[in-house]
Design a binder for this molecule. Structure first.
Ligand code: SF4
Length: 150
């Protein structure tokens, strides 16, 4: 079973009120077991909302509000949901397909906290919780590079 960032499947849970629908990810999910989660939504951050970026050990939105607690709560709930789903399906969590650069779901790169579209090495808060599971973690950008057959 795969964990998938919900916005990649077309759910309007993105901060802007829109989504990050990605047809390659959807094609992949059509032939694999998956659970879709949005950690920020699960942490109580409704859409639309101000964008947020990681600054040090905190997550701060563009209006200066500290939303670290909401991000941490949502990440924990999302992981719990994924574990319960995998137990229910009797299927191990094989990997995760996450939204690149997000302060929750980014994997290997996140925005640098200046809200100027600059990326630095790092993981989002949800991704950090997934790392100890030792599963394969990709973003939709990996699908674009590699190409995934239907
Ligand atoms: S990147 Fe993650 S937290 Fe952000 S909208 Fe998508 S699923 Fe939700």
């Amino acid at each position: 079973m795969y964990i998938v960032s919900k916005c990649l499947l077309g759910y309007n849970c993105k901060y802007s009120g829109g989504n990050n629908r990605d047809e390659r990810v959807i094609d992949f999910c059509n032939s694999h077991q998956f659970v879709a989660v949005c950690p920020e939504d699960l942490g109580g951050l409704k859409s639309p909302r101000a964008p947020a970026e990681i600054i040090g050990s905190s997550v701060i939105d563009s209006e200066g509000k500290d939303v670290t607690d909401e991000f941490k709560l949502g990440a924990r709930i999302a992981l719990d949901i994924a574990k319960k789903e995998s137990e229910g399906l009797n299927d191990e969590i094989e990997g995760a397909i996450l939204k690149a650069n997000s302060p929750s779901c980014g994997a290997g790169a996140v925005y640098d906290g200046t809200f100027s579209n600059v990326r630095i090495n790092g993981d989002g808060l949800f991704t950090k919780l997934l790392r100890p599971l030792n599963i394969e973690i990709k973003t939709e950008e990996d699908f674009k590079i590699m190409g995934v057959e239907k």
